[in-house]
Structure formats: structure tokens, C-alpha cells
Design a binder for this molecule. Sequence first.
Ligand SMILES: [Zn+2]
Length: 373
Amino acid sequence: MHIKEKIHSASTLNLVLMHILVSFKHALHFNNIYAKLVLIACLLSFNQNIIAQEYKTIEAKNGDGIYGVLRDNNIPLSKINDFLRLNEDKLKGSRELRIGETYKLPLTELDPIETPQAKPAQKTEADNITRRFPIFGSQYQDVEIESNELDGAVFYLVSGHGGPDPGAVGYYQGKMLCEDEYAYDITLRLARNLVARGAKAYMIIRDPNDGIRDDWYLPHDNDEVCWPNLRIPANHNARLRQRKDAVNSLYMQHRGQYQRMIEIHIDSRSSGEKIDVFFYHDRRSNKGKKLATTLRDVFDQKYNQHQPGRGYNGTVSDRNLYMLKHTYPVATFIELGNINHERDLRRFIIVSNRQALANWLADGLIEDYKNNR
Ligand SMILES: [Zn+2]
């Protein structure tokens, strides 16, 4: 499981405050140097405002990049994640500096705040780099960056349908289950896995108020928009054109980087009693075929490991699909099953199954990145 929830609940905050108060009381009472240090460490590590006052800032000039700014201020480049974390409210997921904007600089060993006494508390905070993505919803928006293995990779994640188009529809216990909601939830989980590994991931279809949902039933709505914030048209062709344009314009901004588009559906044609997962690629794209094959191989391996004998069948083939044909990045279009099929339903209404599918997709993408970066 890649997801480590980081919930800053009211009770945690209370504990922190209590800790500070208790330390403060001891410091006064016993006039003890150790207690004073504990107090300082607590205040430093828990009160962002106090820390903020100590940071040096710079104003970005024309042509400034993050690495250049760090270099010019004698800050080791290994501090880039600290820079991203300190300025995440201004960067909003981007790595570009805006001219005239003020940015905080990470502390270095020479800064007075990192005195030997304060170091232990400082360090535990700095080790956890957490970035906030409200699109994942209040429970999941804080993402702990676990590794940088996908650093430099850019993913365009397109969940099928959305807006006025619910996609395929299934029924379970009197509820209507719409493909677009379940595809969206899996796609969000995948996006979160990817950013936790250092990737940049764009959710092309976006729902402003549905984050990752840990419910079996995901009620249908039609307020999804297309990147960055466009109403999704009712006309089928206009809809595909709109998401193709979103992917292609972002692609141009990341030229030269490893870029992949993954589109996720749950409305496969299926045959027999097997679980069928289809990985499609464009006929002309060898890299697309490689990507699809790598993902299929990971699924083969995971199904054999977790559900041997279940009768899984994952296939790779080319298919003449608009999104594969007309988008610039190397792409794969995946049908994870069919929400309208009794046999497949369970895989999508069980939350841990949606998470597992997202994890396997992330594993496959990491594998592809390793081999093709
Ligand atoms: Zn679909």
C-alpha cells in the first residue's frame, strides 16, 4: 500500500499544544536548561510562523529557475525539496518561478536556527516532505513524497467519460453505478501514487468536489471539468477534442521529458468467465506497445500472486482510438473490466481493489520509466 495518510486532526493539534505547554511549565519551574531546549525545539518544529520569520527570501527575476536561485545563494541543490515544500503555496505544483514573486530559501547548516540543540526536532520535520493536492480530497490531499524514482516523469491521466457522459452503467443493490465515477477514483489513486514517487501527474478530467472516496457506492454527478477548468461538452466528438487539446498543450510545455498518457475505462467488451483487462496502443507507436506490454506483465504477475486460478486474461493490442491517435505523448488506453458486468463489479466497488489496481498501474509505470527514460 503506497498511501500513508497524514491527517492533521484536531486531537493531534491538541496533543502538540499540550506538549508545548507542559514543556513551557517545566522550563519555568525548574529553570532547567534541557527543558528550555525542549521548549525551543517544540516551538521551532511546530510553529510554522516562528520558522517562517527566520527564512531568507528572494524575489524572482526574469530567467530565474529554482536550481539557479539555490546556487546563487550557496544552498546545496539537494535542498530542492525543501524549497518546493516551503513555497508550495506559490508554486502550486509547478517548478517555474514567477517574476516579481517572493520565495523562501531553505535553511542551510550555517543558519542560526539549526543550532546543535534544536537539530533533533528540526530533523524529524524536514525528513517528511509533504505536498498538498486538494484534488485528492480532504482525507488524501497531503501526500508524503516517498521517493524520487519518477523525478522528471510527466503523466497525463485521463479517466474515461465525465461531465454529461456517465459512460457504462451497472446496478448493484438498487444503486446505479456509473463508469466515470469509478474510473475517476482509480485514476485519482494512481495520480497520488505517482506524485508520491516524485512524478508530475496531471488529472485531465477533474472533479472539484470528489476526492478519493473510500465508499463502495460512488454516487453519480456531472460536474467534472476538463483541464484546466473547462466545462465538458455534451457532443461526443467535441468532448474527445477538448481532452486531446488539453493533453497536447501540456505536452508542449514539457518537451524533452519522459511523458506518458494513460486513459482508464471500465467498459470493456468481455468474453467468457475470465477477467479481461485490455491494454491498447496506437498501431504506429512502438513505445506505446512497450508501455502497454509492461503494464500487462505487471498485472499478470500481480493476479497470479494475489488471485491464482482466478482466470485472468490481459491482452495488448493496437486499436484505432481517437485519443491514442491524436495525442502527442506515448499513450495507452486501458479497459480494466466492465462495470456493467456482474462478474467485474466486485473489483470496482471494493475500495481495496480500486487501490490495488492503482498500485499495479503505478508499478508498471515505474517499470516503464526505468526502461525508457
Ligand atoms: Zn469508457
